[in-house]
Each structure stands twice: as C-alpha cells, then as structure tokens.
Design a protein around this ligand. Structure first.
Ligand SMILES: O=C(O)C(=O)C[C@]1(C(=O)O)C=C[C@@H](O)C=C1
Length: 255
C-alpha cells in the first residue's frame, strides 16, 4: 500500500492534487464569508472559558486538534497541527503511511506564519464588518479553512521531494553551497504560477455565483464573496509560502 502510493508521486500527479485543493480552499473562503467579522471570536478577553486563557478561535482549534490527534490525524505526514505543543498521541491503530519525505525536513511546520497571515491579512479582506453572534460557527469555519490552507502549503514538501528526485544533479551543488536564491530559481515555474492564479480567480467566480433554475440569471445575481480575494490569497501568500516550504525542505535535503 505504502509502496504503491509512493510510485504515483510525480510532479504531474502532485499538481493535480494542488488543483483539487483549490476547490476545498475556495469553498472554505465561501463558508467563512458567510459570517461577518465577528471580532469577539478573536478577542482574548471575550471568551472567559474556565481553565483556558486565549480567544474562542484558539479554544476551538486547540480542542479540535486534541481530538483529531487522538483519532490519528497527525500520524499522516501530510497533516500539520497549529498547536503541536502538548498534543496527545494517537489512540487508533497505526496506518503504514508512505515514508516518501526525507526524514529531517519532513518535520518542517510553518503553521505559525500561516496563522499570522490568516488573521492579519486574509480575514480583513474576506469578512465584512459586523457581528451576528455566531462565534462558535465562525471559529469552526476558520478551523476548516486554516487546515485547508496549511495542507496546501505543506504539500510543498512533497513537490520539493519530487523535484529533487527528478534532478538531484541540479539541486545538490546549490544545496551544498546553501544557495537559497539558486534553489528558489530552480524550483520556480512562473508560467505554472500564472496559470494557478488565473484558474483560482475563475473558479472563485464560478463557485461563488448564485445558481438559479433560470439559466439567464446565473452569474447575474449577488456573489457569495469577492473572487479577487481568492486570487490575492494565492498570489500574495499561498504560492510564496509553498515556495518557502520547498526551499526550506530542499536546503535540508542532504542532511
Ligand atoms: O507546481 C509547482 O511546481 C509548484 O511548486 C507549486 C507552485 C504553486 O505554489 O502553485 C509553486 C512554485 C512553482 O513556481 C509553481 C507553482
């Protein structure tokens, strides 16, 4: 099983997976945009949960990760917790996930940067100002979207490993020379990035439109969210952070 999975990792198959993840992320954006900003969700002073200090969103994410860790989520090398500190072990039988990644850089986790980007940069673009009291639902929408974004960005490790295996002779001298810029240049495909950005904006426009049985009205109604938020997310953060993961991974690929 593990072996068969390993055999299907090619740059083309990983890119197909990245394309499918776009759907999850765009739906996640739509789901979060359903709620207004609901700032109490993020206010450390609001929740006042006995035995817990922090915001409601932290409470929801930490507790969800705690349950999901026990249910085995983080035994999969594609999954990365936002709060890895003090997570309980899995309580379920282990599955032989493919050990495709190089052991050292396999542990890279940039969720702290993703968390910061999400709350400082993305959320103000996505959520309209207002308060409808649905703080728990808002935090649940944040959790799914954060997990989808994190999964896509950390997928960069698999992309980097495939790129390395396809051309070790090109990567090895740059890695040995710790040439960060050289590695970045070698792994970059500007035409692919351009295609990703354009497709994401198109998908966001299509998925975000109201659908009616009168086909003349499709696309003319109000939108569920601003589709340029999705393309800006990809251009400004998703692609740059995926590339950051790829560079960090490759620089430690020979350790
Ligand atoms: O498709 C790749 O080669 C990737 O590494 C993914 C990705 C992206 O984030 O979409 C990142 C870097 C490349 O320049 C192109 C696209």
């Amino acid at each position: 099983m593990a072996k068969a999975e390993e055999n299907v990792y090619t740059l083309a198959s990983l890119r197909e997976h990245l394309i499918r993840q776009e759907d999850t992320i765009i739906y996640g954006l739509i789901e979060r945009a359903k709620f207004p900003s609901n700032s109490n969700t993020y206010d450390d002073k609001y929740a006042q949960i006995p035995g817990f200090s922090g915001s409601l969103v932290e409470f929801v994410v930490k507790n969800a990760e705690d349950v999901q860790a026990k249910a085995g989520r983080y035994t999969n090398p594609k999954e990365h917790p936002f709060f890895p500190e003090n997570l309980p072990p899995s309580n379920v039988p282990s599955y032989p996930f493919s050990q495709f990644l190089h052991p050292g850089p396999a542990s890279i986790n940039i969720n702290k940067s993703i968390w910061k980007m999400y709350f400082q940069d993305l959320l103000p673009l996505l959520a309209t100002s207002g308060d409808d009291g649905n703080y728990a639902q808002t935090a649940a929408a944040d959790l799914s979207l954060l997990q989808a974004i994190s999964s896509r960005i950390h997928y960069g490790k698999f992309v980097a490993e495939v790129k390395f295996r396809d051309a070790p002779q090109d990567y090895e001298p740059l890695i040995r020379a710790k040439d960060r810029e050289g590695v970045m240049k070698l792994l970059t495909f500007t035409d692919v990035e351009e295609t990703v950005r354009k497709r994401v904006e198109k998908k966001a426009t299509v998925f975000g439109q109201e659908v009616s049985l009168d086909s003349d009205n499709d696309g003319n109604g109000k939108r569920k969210f601003d589709p340029t938020v999705a393309s800006r997310l990809y251009k400004n953060w998703m692609i740059p952070l995926t590339k950051e993961i790829e560079v960090e991974y490759l620089l430690r690929r020979l350790d």
